[in-house]
Structure formats: structure tokens, C-alpha cells
Ligand binder design. Structure first.
Ligand code: ADP
Length: 664
């Protein structure tokens, strides 16, 4: 008989998936917590000191214990002037500007000075006498030309500072400078000119002061995280492209792979600007274009990725529009000079914000509709947004928590790729399950055909033999006996054929014309029909008929169902066994039970015996002929009448089938 155990074992082999999922989720969260704590350590630091009136008092700051300080706060500001240390006099009047921040909105004579121009910044720092270690300044990648003068000495130059575009030259580099030793005050003068970019003008990134050792260490730590991110993004990118090339009908890994690779390239251009530092000055303009393009392209690829995951929730027209807008922005970058295209950044950021909000709305819809992966996708977005929001508030000095962009982005990438790999493995598992089911069905079919040919052959052989004997025998008593055998074997054949025809018709709807039926009559008729079969094994069939209401039923089909259940109680019974049938009203239902003292069944078979062609695989059942359709048809017929059938059974003790039918 069909060995279902084999398939059950095989099915179990695929249940590794949930364990693997949990392990991955735990890994991701361990990772997140690790990053969280390593970044949070910053908030243990003392409150950051701020410059006021162009003066920063660091006399109570211990650089070794309290760490690096950003030279943030109000600096002296001299717009449209390029001043040297010697130009400043005591009590000279000055304006103030927030550093870091752009000078675009600074008003001079009632007018904003705008993005391009030149200016001098000045800050005085007070320290305790004789620090036992070397101090230094760290300047991050700034898109401006600048000259840094400390205590009257020109210490560092980035490009050439000038009074107009022709006179000034830009170079993109970041640097660290040593501060003169044994000084208890520093005068920092920064001459800045900005003609090249249409982005924020002035000192938009913080300048850091700290012991040279801690500045070096910080740079190394940042490089670790940066290269870790670049590594992750590159691997994710290649991995997902690989996935796509293996299975091309799903394009979400393709878009996510390209997005990851673009972000890896972008990470090499931002932060410490690795690609800027290795490229010659005369192709830095190209690097800058690529830096912009990575941003503009990444949005399109990400949107395509989201769209492929939640096609029903995103509007195709909105996606098309989004991509067209991104392409237009990219064309501006490709075909216009930096002074023009850098002006597009602000508008593209607004566009990205709109796209971000739209994506969250669509994914929230997907979550409501319980789409696969939507909760993870939303969680990734929220983590990422929270990190970006934190960084904006942190840089605006509204909160003092540290920078979380990398943490947010890595968590985002991890969750997204986990989502994709789960999707991929689910697809794989489904295919595996389907192929298992197919092979199960194939062997069910073979088994059924073998059973059927056997079941048909036995009565046919009997009919053939008796017909032959009919010709050669003239004894009327024998002829009568042969006739009876031919009749009963033909009846068996017809009953098989009926079952098979009903089986095929079950798939399409059959006509169930119902009429008022007394179930007791149907039961009694079937007990009578089966009495001969029962007598062969000396089995007694008892019928306990209680108070029974009439039901609406199709007599022919209902009789078939009842027959199948009682017949099984007889054929799967033991010699001298008993079958008890009872029928009685039970609240608003009619309850029929058929119990026997037969071979019973193991618990694992019980959910399967109502399946088509299912037969229990045991030496006892081999002895009983059958093709495994009786209970399948009985269940279908009972359900078509709005009823149900259930079974309880114990090996070697017997079985009890309960049928419930609605009473009018
Ligand atoms: P079959 O033609 O094999 O009898 P059924 O659909 O009627 O097909 O029954 C499915 C299987 O359920 C049987 O092969 C048998 O193993 C098991 N079964 C059904 N009724 C009983 C019963 N009363 N006692 C023990 N086994 C039963």
C-alpha cells in the first residue's frame, strides 16, 4: 500500500527552515544591539562644550578622559573679507555664525549672502597650561577651498581661496593638523571661498580637536566601519545579482543587488572619500558627478525593488513618474557643470523624502494585507529613518546621542537581504513540497491502478468461470447457483463502476435533489444488504434506533455513504466481532455512530483515511479488497448535506465513526 511514512519523513526534512530563520533573526538583532551599544557609549561623555562670542573655553576639558571635541558654536564671521591673524585688532566688531552650518542665509546689509562667495571665520580657544600630549585638529571632507591659520601661521590649504570663481580652485581632501605645542590658547582663522558648488556654502561639517592619538584612533575606527559597510554592500550586491541570474522570473534580487552595489560605490566617495583621495586632482570633477549619480540612481533602483516586492500596493504610474524624475535629475548631473547640478541636490532630497513617505504608506498597506515580508520591510525602513533622524537632530545639536547612520543602514541592508533570502527559500521549499506531493500522487495513482485491476479482475474471473460452467452443466440446481454468482459478481462490478463515476463527477457539482428521509430506513436497508457478508465472519450487527427526526437528503447518495461506513466496520472486523450502529437526535443534529470491535487504526492514519485512494498500510488490511474511495465519497456526500464525519480508533480494539447531519 502507499507508504505515507516515507513522505512524512521527507516533509520533516524541510522543517529546518523555521530554525534557520530564528537563528538569522537572532544574529541580526545581536548585531544591532552590538552596534547600538558601541555607538551609545558616546552618550556617556560629558556634555559637549560650545563656543560663544567666538570663544571656546576648554580649560576644564580633559582630552584624555573626555575625548574629542567638535569646535561647534558661534564663531566670529567676516563675510566678503579674507583676513589674516594680523588684521584683527582688539575690540574689533564682528558678526557671529553657527558652525557647522551654511552661510547661505546670513544677512549682510539686509540681504542674504547666498551660497557662493568668500569669508573669514575666527575662533579663539582657551586651554590649560602645558598639556602633556600633542593636540591636533581634524578637518572632514569639505566642498570648499580653505586656508587654515593657527596662531598666525598658515598650517593647511585645501585648493586655492579666491575672491571669484576664476581666482579660486577647489580640491577635495580632508586632513589632520598638529597644533603648536605648549600653548594655552589658539587663534583659529579659516579663510573660505565657495564658487564651485551650488550646495551649502561655508563650514558645513564640524572641525574636531583632540589628542593626536585619539584623532588617529577615531579615523581608524571610522575606516573600519566604512570598509565593513563597503564589504557588506558589495557582497550583498554580488550575492543578490547571482540569485537573480539563477532564478530570473523574480526581479527583486536584481534591483536590490544593483542598489547595494551603487551604495557600495557611494560609500567609497562619501565619508573619508577614499576614491577622491586616490584619484588625481584633474578627475575629481568626475568623481563628484559619480557621487551625485550614485544618490540619484540608488533611489530608482530601490523603488523598483520595493515595487517588485509589493506590486499590488505600489501604483505603477507613481513608480514610472518617480523613475522619470530620477532620470531627469541624473541627466542634469551628466550634462551640466557642477555649479548648476549641485543646485539640484536640495530638490532631489525633497523628492527622496516624498518617495520615502510614499514607500512607507504602501508598505503599511502591505502589512495590513498581511503580505509576506512586509513587516520586516517596514521595520527596516523605520530603523533606517530613525537613524537618519537621530543624525540630523544630533548635528543640529538638539540631542547629543552620537552618529547612527552606519548602524541604521547596515541593519536596513541586513533586514532587506534576510527578507529576500527568506522569500527565495520559501519559493524553494514550495517547489520541494510540490514535487514531493507530485511524486506522492504518482505513486498513489500507480497503487490505485494496481488495486483497481485486482478488484475488477476477481469478479470478472468469477463471471467468466461461471458462464463457462453454465454451458457444460444441465443440472437446474447448479444453474441457479451459477446464475446467483454471476449476478452478485456483476453487482460488485457495477458498484465499483458507480463509485468511480461518482468520483469523477464529484469534482464538478452533482445534482443533489433532496427529499424528506428517515435515516433509520437507510441504515436498516444497508444492514440487511451487508448481513451475508457479516455472516461469513460470524459478525453480529446491532442497530439501536433512538428518536430520530426526518432529514432532507438525497436517498441514493446518503445510502452510499452509510453503506461505506457500515461495510468497513464489517470488513475490517475480526471473526465473531460486533458492529453497533446507533441513530438519535443530538441537539439540532442527527447523530449516527458506527462502532466495531475490529482491527482499528494507528492515530497517524486517522487524518488521512478520508483522502482519495488512501488505504492503511498493514498486513491486516491487505486481506481486505478495496481501492480507498469509500470513505472519501462518504465524507464528500455527508459534507454536501451540510454534515460532518469523524473517527476515533484504537489499534486492535476497534473504531467508531460518528456522522452528524443537520435536522430540518
Ligand atoms: P477501502 O476501499 O480501502 O476500504 P475506504 O476509503 O473505505 O477504502 O477506507 C480507507 C481505509 O481506512 C481502509 O483501507 C482501511 O484501512 C481504513 N478503515 C476504514 N474503516 C475502517 C474500520 N472500521 N476499521 C479499521 N480500518 C478502517
Amino acid at each position: 500500500m502507499i507508504s505515507n511514512r516515507f513522505f512524512e519523513e521527507r516533509q520533516k526534512a524541510y522543517s529546518w527552515a523555521p530554525a534557520g530563520k530564528n537563528a538569522l533573526i537572532i544574529f541580526v538583532f545581536a548585531f544591532i544591539v552590538f552596534f547600538c551599544f558601541s555607538s551609545c557609549s558616546k552618550s556617556d561623555h560629558r556634555k559637549r562644550p560650545l563656543a560663544a562670542q567666538g570663544l571656546l573655553d576648554l580649560r576644564s576639558w580633559d582630552f584624555e578622559k573626555d575625548g574629542i571635541v567638535e569646535l561647534n558654536g558661534d564663531w566670529q564671521f567676516y563675510p566678503n573679507q579674507l583676513l589674516r591673524s594680523a588684521d584683527f585688532r582688539e575690540n574689533q566688531s564682528f558678526a557671529l555664525i553657527k558652525v557647522p552650518g551654511s552661510w547661505d542665509n546670513f544677512e549682510l546689509n539686509g540681504r542674504k549672502i547666498g551660497v557662493t562667495g568668500y569669508a573669514t571665520y575666527r575662533l579663539q580657544i582657551q586651554l590649560v597650561d602645558r598639556l602633556p600630549y600633542q593636540l591636533g585638529l581634524r578637518l572632514l571632507l569639505i566642498d570648499s577651498a580653505y586656508e587654515l591659520e593657527i596662531n598666525g601661521k598658515l598650517i593647511y590649504k585645501n585648493g586655492k581661496v579666491g575672491r571669484d570663481a576664476a581666482d579660486s580652485m577647489l580640491s577635495k581632501s580632508h586632513g589632520k593638523v598638529l597644533l603648536p605645542l605648549n600653548s594655552n590658547s589658539y587663534e583659529i582663522v579659516l579663510r573660505v571661498s565657495d564658487y564651485h558648488y551650488h550646495e551649502d556654502g561655508g563650514i558645513v561639517y564640524p572641525i574636531l580637536i583632540g589628542s593626536m592619538e585619539s584623532l588617529d584612533q577615531e579615523e581608524i575606527n571610522e575606516a573600519y566601519i566604512e570598509w565593513f559597510l563597503i564589504g557588506i554592500l558589495s557582497i550583498m550586491g554580488i550575492y543578490h545579482l547571482g540569485l537573480y541570474f539563477i532564478r530570473r522570473n523574480d526581479t527583486s534580487p536584481l534591483w536590490f543587488g544593483i542598489f547595494s552595489l551603487i551604495m557600495a560605490l557611494r560609500a567609497m566617495l562619501t565619508g573619508s572619500g577614499f576614491l577622491y583621495s586616490i584619484s588625481p586632482v584633474d578627475i575629481q570633477w568626475l568623481m563628484h558627478k559619480i557621487e551625485y549619480l550614485t544618490f540619484y540612481f540608488s533611489v530608482s533602483f530601490f523603488v523598483m525593488y520595493g515595487y517588485r516586492l509589493f506590486t499590488e500596493e505600489f501604483h505603477q504610474a507613481a513608480i514610472r513618474l518617480g523613475i522619470i524624475i530620477s532620470i531627469l535629475f541624473s541627466l542634469v548631473v551628466v550634462f551640466t557643470p557642477v555649479i548648476v547640478y549641485s543646485g539640484s541636490l536640495f530638490w532631489f532630497q525633497i523628492f527622496t523624502f516624498i518617495i520615502g513617505v510614499y514607500t512607507i504608506a504602501c508598505v503599511a498597506f502591505a502589512v495590513r494585507r498581511k503580505r509576506e515580508g512586509s513587516v520586516l520591510f517596514l521595520a527596516a525602513w523605520i530603523l533606517f529613518f530613525a537613524a537618519v533622524l537621530n543624525d540630523i537632530l544630533n548635528s543640529q545639536l538638539i540631542i547629543d546621542t552620537g552618529v547612527y547612520f552606519h548602524f541604521g543602514f547596515i541593519a536596513f541592508i541586513f533586514l532587506q537581504s534576510y527578507l529576500l533570502s527568506r522569500k527565495f527559500s520559501n519559493a524553494f521549499t514550495t517547489v520541494e513540497k510540490q514535487s514531493l506531493e507530485l511524486s506522492r500522487l504518482a505513486s498513489v495513482k500507480d497503487e490505485f491502478l494496481a488495486n483497481l485491476s485486482h478488484e475488477l479482475r476477481t469478479p470478472l474471473t468469477a463471471i467468466y468461470a461461471y458462464s463457462e460452467m453454465f454451458e457444460n452443466n444441465n443440472n437446474p440446481a447448479d444453474l441457479k447457483e451459477y446464475g446467483r454468482e454471476i449476478y452478485s459478481n456483476s453487482e460488485k462490478l457495477i458498484s465499483y463502476m458507480d463509485d468511480l463515476m461518482l468520483l469523477t463527477r464529484m469534482e464538478s457539482d452533482i445534482d443533489l435533489s433532496k427529499s424528506g428521509t428517515d435515516i433509520r430506513e437507510i441504515i436498516s436497508e444497508n444492514i440487511y444488504k451487508l448481513s451475508k457478508l457479516a455472516a461469513e465472519k460470524n459478525i453480529s450487527i446491532q442497530f439501536h434506533a433512538g428518536v430520530v427526526n426526518e432529514i432532507q437528503a438525497n436517498k441514493k447518495y446518503m445510502s452510499k455513504a452509510i453503506h461505506a461506513v457500515i461495510k468497513n466496520a464489517v470488513v475490517y472486523n475480526k471473526e465473531n466481532g460486533t458492529v453497533i450502529v446507533s441513530a438519535q437526535n443530538d441537539i439540532s443534529m442527527l447523530k449516527i455512530t458506527v462502532s466495531d470491535t475490529g482491527i482499528g487504526m494507528a492515530a497517524r492514519h486517522l487524518p488521512l483515511i478520508f483522502d482519495r485512494f488512501y488505504r492503511v498500510d498493514s498486513s491486516d488490511t491487505y486481506e481486505v479488497s478495496g481501492v480507498g474511495v469509500g470513505l472519501f465519497l462518504a465524507k464528500k456526500i455527508i459534507e454536501m448535506h451540510g454534515g460532518s464525519i469523524s473517527v476515533k480508533s484504537e489499534m486492535d480494539r476497534g473504531s467508531e465513526f460518528t456522522v452528524r447531519l443537520p435536522v430540518e
